[in-house]
Design a protein around this ligand. Structure first.
Ligand code: HEM
Length: 111
């Protein structure tokens, strides 16, 4: 059963552009992680000021392995203080929180 891990980033209005720029320059390593299935950066349009970093994984173990490994560290090189080892740029987000889900049902368009 796949799992969905969403990193919820609270981003002040004046940091949105910077956050999106960091993601445009992201390491692109997650694509090679074992068990990785999907990633989307979701920009809030109304109702919240929180960006969602949506990821889907084959299993909880696959997510944990990625999160504890070098690919995660390198994928967060710019994320700054939130990871405790930034490069002096500071975080674009003022807060973060992880949401975890199990995929119960899914659908895709008929081809
Ligand atoms: C602890 C707080 C976190 C903050 C503030 C944060 C912020 C960021 C930022 C700004 C980037 C853009 C690239 C960079 O900064 O170098 C990034 C990349 C990414 N983040 Fe996070 N992140 C955090 C934790 C997480 C967690 C727990 C997940 C799991 C869902 C996640 C998923 C991702 C993914 C998939 C990428 C792209 C990595 C790649 O391209 O290889 N992040 N994050």
């Amino acid at each position: 059963m796949s799992v969905v891990k969403i990193n919820v980033l609270t981003v002040p209005a004046d940091m949105r552009e910077e956050l999106e720029r960091r993601f445009s320059n992201r390491a692109g390593m997650v694509e090679s992680a074992d068990g990785f299935e999907w990633f989307e950066l979701l920009r809030p349009v109304e109702g919240t000021d929180q960006y969602l970093v949506y990821t889907r994984w084959r299993s909880e173990d696959d997510f944990q392995t990625w999160q504890q490994g070098q690919a995660f560290q390198r994928g967060h090189a710019q994320a700054g203080a939130a990871q405790g080892h930034g490069h002096g740029q500071g975080p674009a987000a003022s807060g973060s929180q992880i949401w975890s889900f199990e995929v119960v049902q899914s659908a895709s368009p008929k081809s």
